[in-house]
Design a binder for this molecule. Structure first.
Ligand SMILES: [Zn+2]
Ligand SMILES: [Zn+2]
Length: 204
């Protein structure tokens, strides 16, 4: 399994591998869902709708219970179990599935606990996200409405977390590294003192 290098959620192999791993994790469920296909470029709306229907029909609750239970099971690394819960939340938002209010508050509570890396280290064994991913997730959760898919692959502002869905236009990429995205020059200015350390650094 590769470690992360992208700044936002799902930009790293690490995140995509964890989501694809749900296929095996839930294989005992009667209605297996093709988690590994959800974030592929050629995935159709029909497939996402099909997944949402099945999650809303009861599978979703069972999946959340199962993934949340990993956090208290000594068989699992707790930091990884927490991040897997976050990624299950990302899947639910992407397809527009219903998130129970208890799961929603659980996800909100995980935000300050998930491990975060600065993105500077070459070898990164963090079981979590980078700041841009944390902001992206926080805003996505806050803006999420059950039943309305929120495209989690859309670029989000590294500072305020907004995407085209929120502000009607896509945040611009940093002209130098084409990696960080900002919705305004104001956000870009705010980020520069820390971004200048990373700008141009492509990671591994
Ligand atoms: Zn912004
Ligand atoms: Zn840059």
């Amino acid at each position: 399994m590769m470690k992360r290098w992208g700044d936002r959620l799902l930009e790293a192999e690490f995140d995509l591998d964890l989501v694809a791993g749900f296929d095996a994790k839930f294989k005992k469920e009667q209605d297996q869902l093709p988690f590994s296909k959800i974030f592929k470029k050629d995935t159709t709306k029909e497939l996402l709708n099909e997944i949402r229907t099945k999650l809303d029909a009861g599978l979703g609750m069972r999946y959340f219970d199962k993934i949340r239970n990993q956090q208290t099971n000594p068989k699992y690394v707790k930091s990884l179990a927490m991040y897997e819960t976050v990624l299950l939340g990302v899947v639910f938002m992407h397809v527009g599935a219903k998130i129970r209010s208890s799961d929603l508050s659980h996800l909100e509570g995980l935000v300050p606990q998930v491990e975060m890396s600065d993105g500077i280290s070459i070898i990164d064994f963090t079981n979590g996200w980078r700041e841009a991913g944390k902001i992206q997730f926080t805003v996505a959760l806050r803006e999420y409405k059950n039943g309305v898919p929120r495209n989690m692959l859309e670029p989000s502002c590294h500072v305020c977390g907004f995407t085209k869905t929120d502000i009607m236009f896509a945040p611009d990429l940093c002209g130098r590294c084409r990696r960080a995205a900002y919705c305004s020059s104001n956000c870009q200015k705010k980020a520069w003192p820390t971004h200048k350390l990373l700008c141009g650094f492509s990671g591994v």
